[in-house]
Design a protein around this ligand. Sequence first.
Ligand code: NIG
Ligand code: FE
Length: 413
Amino acid sequence: MKTLFKNIKELLQVRDEHTRFVSGKAMAELPTIKNAFLLVENDIIRDFGPMHDCPNDAAVDQVVHAEGKMMLPTWCDSHTHLVYAGNREGEFVDKIKGLSYQEIAEKGGGILNSAKKVQAITESELYKETKNRLDEIIALGTGAVEIKSGYGLTLEAELKMLSVIKRLKENYNLPIKATFLGAHAVPENFKNNKEGYVDYLISEMIPLVAEAKLADFVDVFCETGYFSVEDTHRILEAGKKHGLSAKIHVNQFTAIGGVQAGVANQALSVDHLEEMRDEDIEALKNTSTMPVALPGCSFFLGIPYTPGRKMIDAGLPLAIATDYNPGSSPSGNMNFVVSAACIKMKLTPEEAINAATINGAYAMGLEKQVGSITKGKLANLILTKPIHSYSFIPYSFGNNQIETVYLNGVEVV
Ligand code: NIG
Ligand code: FE
């Protein structure tokens, strides 16, 4: 099956296969081709270029006329908690009335509230709820996603969450990566015995999850009141021993050395970074660890935005993701995240699009499959409505400029 897209107004994020991610000044460059064609063969981008090199219509099965429209790779959302039960709308109102994230957690809300709900629900109900969210984000242009466990906090409930992710991997034709986040909070039954829970994670849960091949990565919420830097080192080392590389939650509320712990353990990414000291920025220089900002969380909780401008100016790469979860970012809209990165973090549209595509792909180990318009990569593509320039995507915040989404070359939205 061959599909030929013709007269694309501008084809965005055109890269060769050697680009793994972009950093510093290079983030300001978004390579494009104006008045372009793109040829998809089965699930793969086979060819593309300026219209004067366009192949003959007779050689293909289907032609799509894309006059006035932009084409770009689908968004790569490298940090989500898509698997959860119910929601936390009650806490939302508490938050409006002035309670902080920590105060809500102390009142019985927060992660432990979601854990109760996940423990109580059947796997098939949990699958249904999660599937709806996945359909929702695909319609918003996401074509590769990382999904975490971490609302189970018992072996049984964590396995339930990971099994849901496994079923999604089987039933959907987009790349999905699973992350084991058993160290999301200390569960009720280990209250006052955090060490005991960390021991249990290391000796029982991580080996089992890895053995069952239910996770690609391991994660820790390294934060005051949750897991310390020392706990983080221990858990990441255990993950590494079992073949799970690290993607961790650090510096959301306090900077306690989580960035350094991530870098020391060759984390693929360190995520959140709302509180960044100069030494945290220094620690990320010349490493293979991708910093990931989650502006939807800053927006929703009213906490600082990751100093993305400062980090890029210091030469770092940056990825952006939604953090879709019921407590701190109940939205999986990457288009909004791209807008917020521009408006609140002062990224240019080029930088924000790089952060949401090629750098997001790298942050989940998928840079060889997705994240750019590259020959041989998956044909996971967004075709926009007719728009004047790509800056219109972040500019028109909260509106949807997407007309069609293709996964593996097939129109899904
Ligand atoms: O990434 N900070 C830790 N985990 C999630 C929020 C969890 C929750 O509140 O349910 C986050 O923001
Ligand atoms: Fe998160």
